[in-house]
Ligand binder design. Structure first.
Ligand SMILES: [Zn+2]
Length: 314
């Protein structure tokens, strides 16, 4: 997806917060259960993981936040056919649960959110401001708010990813890396919902699947190894959630965790059959699906490129 090549994310910026989180995560209870709100994404536990698999892988209330930067500073570079009337604005919130104080502090000090919004502002024009917040929410969640025009990713969701990785037998360092990777996947998924909203993009299929596609595309096209690792991390968390689930919610707007897992793995393989050939060889990705993946990837890449092209800064 050529358009996304303009989007460069420094995966290292999120990696910087790793060590702090370990201490926090270790003290957290494991039964964080998501509340069934309207939002969107949930992740959930595991089966045995095959350590040999590659980085095997894997949505309204925001008032108390404080804007740290931003405003409507029109970015340089002009845009596309559409006027750039807004920016992605990093917003930090005070922690509600002291357990996350250190984590939150580190987010601020290292300007993690600013790093993400800066990259997005350089790549995309916006018809209005969109705020981006990572904070503790009192629930496991991440969502796009159509009313607030905001993306929120909860620390509790990050924590869940960490816990699932630990339950998979990963080391603390590996679990941290997987948590960061999965968080990026969740973030870009929510960004996708945001784009569908603010750009008024059409969709004839499940939006949840479509934005999983966008997240994977961004990770695979706009980042290097870190992006691939993040897509894999997102997949692995969905696998873990599927493995630990006790019931199926066939009425849910999301595809089943297992399907989201296989989709991401398929798209990674679709992007690079040589690099991710092991997915098929070790049985992670069934041959019957694998043969379709390159075509699937090309189709979704073409579709997303055409949809967002008017908003990509030239
Ligand atoms: Zn969603």
């Amino acid at each position: 997806m050529n358009l996304l090549n303009k989007l460069y994310f420094n995966g290292g910026i999120l990696a910087l917060i790793l060590t702090v989180f370990v201490a926090v995560a270790c003290t957290i209870s494991t039964d964080a259960q998501r509340d069934g709100k309207t939002e969107k994404d949930k992740p959930e536990t595991t089966k045995k993981n095959s350590s040999k698999n590659p980085p095997n892988l894997n949505d309204d209330d925001v008032s108390e936040m404080k804007k740290i930067t931003g405003g409507n500073s029109k970015k340089s570079g002009a845009t596309s056919e559409n006027q750039d009337k807004g920016d992605f604005i990093p917003v930090y919130a005070e922690v509600q649960n002291e357990k996350y104080a250190g984590f939150n502090q580190r987010f601020r000090e290292q300007k993690v959110t600013e790093g993400i919004t800066s990259a997005l502002n350089q790549a995309f024009a916006l018809p209005n401001d969109v705020t981006v917040t990572f904070r503790d929410c009192g629930k496991i969640n991440a969502w796009w708010s159509p009313q607030e025009k905001s993306i929120t990713v909860c620390y509790e969701l990050m924590e869940l990813a960490y816990q699932k990785a630990i339950e998979m037998g990963k080391s603390e360092d590996e679990a941290n890396s997987i948590m960061i990777g999965a968080t990026l996947f969740f973030f870009f998924h929510e960004l996708g919902h945001g784009m569908v909203d603010v750009y008024d993009l059409p969709s004839t299929g499940k939006e949840e699947d479509a934005v999983d596609q966008l997240s994977t595309l961004i990770l695979m096209e706009a980042m290097d190894e870190d992006g691939q690792y993040s897509a894999a991390s997102g997949a692995i968390i969905f696998k873990a959630l599927g493995d630990s689930r006790e019931s199926y919610d066939f009425a849910d707007e999301h595809s089943l965790h297992e399907q989201r897992f296989y989709n991401i793995v398929c798209w990674m393989y679709g992007k690079d059959q040589e690099k991710f050939g092991s997915f098929v060889q070790d049985g992670t990705l069934p041959e019957a699906r694998a043969v379709r993946c390159p075509g699937e990837y090309q189709k979704m890449s073409k579709a997303w490129e055409r949809l967002i092209e008017p908003w990509v800064k030239k």
